[in-house]
Design a protein around this ligand. Structure first.
Ligand SMILES: [Zn+2]
Length: 352
């Protein structure tokens, strides 16, 4: 398999819209699509949400994280940027709080339906319930064991097990939803959007592709500069999500042409989809080789993470980084290029 980052047959990455929408503003991408930014209280300080012209109003795609500033942003946009028309429905690409966080609030206060895939809906419900449950019963044994097996410190482990952020960052989850399936064509106003679902960053992530408008709403599946987190989750400790993620890139390249304008969930809209897909695949293949190079002797996932990132990270960033390293290690295990040994409670990974 070729590891070259960009084939010359693909167009170079370009950013046709240089200025992001400001507070309370929605920018027209064309007659059918508007773009707004919702604030996030973290180093990645925004998420892009999109509005699609629907019959009798506007369909929201992704909602932002639950919080006062993000709610005010929606109130301002609805009041002043949608030609006096209402919200007709809410589509969510996946269950992460910056995407689904205000879906419950928007759907309930406007009495409009939620559309998403089955797995993303069920994950939203499960995580919202599960962390509440943990506060009463203590962490589940296999989750604790997963943390211990990575070699993560007791302090970090306990901070993560105590984390109830999902409940704060997601407003109440609607107890009904409309299922979107892969390949389905959603009629939104006069336009048809094809649903493309992928696995790796999330279990059934939803992208929307319009052939007529030559636009892809990509969620976190395709981002122009940063790479989406691909982690083994403590709730599925034996998964191989990197395999799913690489498969997802092949799916996107097969089903969406290079000509599209990509509307991503973070950073700026861009063209040059196929080159970007190849860049991300190359990035993960480089990471696999970098990990193998660090295995001069058997090391824990935490030790490999610390060496790979070459700095200490605060607990949640470290959790994401360790999860991503474990994802790469599971991929190497499945390929037979790595072996591991359980010593005490910790897995040590070496070359096979
Ligand atoms: Zn995400």
């Amino acid at each position: 398999m070729s590891h070259s980052p960009i084939s010359h047959s693909h167009t170079a990455k370009r950013y046709p819209l240089q200025t992001a929408p400001g507070q309370g503003e929605a920018i027209a991408i064309n007659d059918y699509v508007r773009w707004l930014r919702s604030p996030l209280p973290m180093s990645l300080n925004h998420i892009n949400c999109y509005l699609l012209r629907d019959t009798g109003g506007w369909c929201v795609v992704d909602t932002g994280m639950n919080g006062d500033a993000a709610r005010q942003q929606w109130l301002d946009v609805i009041e002043s940027q949608l030609d006096g028309e209402p919200i007709t429905r809410v589509i969510v690409t996946h269950h992460h709080p910056d995407h689904v966080g205000l879906a419950g609030w928007l759907c309930d206060s406007h009495r409009v339906p939620l559309f998403t895939t089955e797995a993303e809906y069920l994950y939203t419900c499960a995580l919202n319930g599960a962390s509440g449950d943990a506060s009463r019963q203590g962490p589940y044994w296999e989750v604790t064991r997963y943390f211990n097996q990575t070699g993560i410190s007791d302090t970090d482990r306990n901070a993560l097990l105590d984390n109830k952020d999902y409940n704060h960052l997601v407003s109440s989850v609607p107890t009904a939803y409309h299922r979107v399936q892969d390949g389905q064509r959603l009629q939104i106003g006069s336009q048809q959007w094809e649903a493309i679902t992928t696995r790796g960053h999330a279990p059934e992530h939803l992208c929307l592709y319009s052939r007529e408008l030559d636009i892809l709403i990509s969620g976190d599946q395709v981002l122009p500069e940063i790479t989406s987190n691909v982690s083994v989750s403590p709730t599925a400790p034996a998964d191989n999500p990197l395999q799913d993620w690489l498969q997802a890139h092949a799916t996107m390249a097969r089903r969406v042409p290079d000509s599209v304008l990509v509307l991503p969930a973070h950073q700026l809209p861009f063209t040059g989809l196929h080159g970007r897909l190849q860049e991300v695949v190359a990035h993960h293949r480089e990471r696999l080789e970098a990990l193998l190079a660090l295995m001069d002797r058997p090391k824990s996932a935490q030790a490999l993470t610390t060496e790979l990132f070459d700095k200490s990270l605060e607990p949640f960033q470290n959790f994401l980084a360790v999860g991503e390293v474990v994802a790469h290690l599971h991929y190497l295990l499945a390929e037979g290029r790595t072996k591991r040994e359980l010593i005490g409670q910790v897995y040590y990974y070496g070359r096979s």
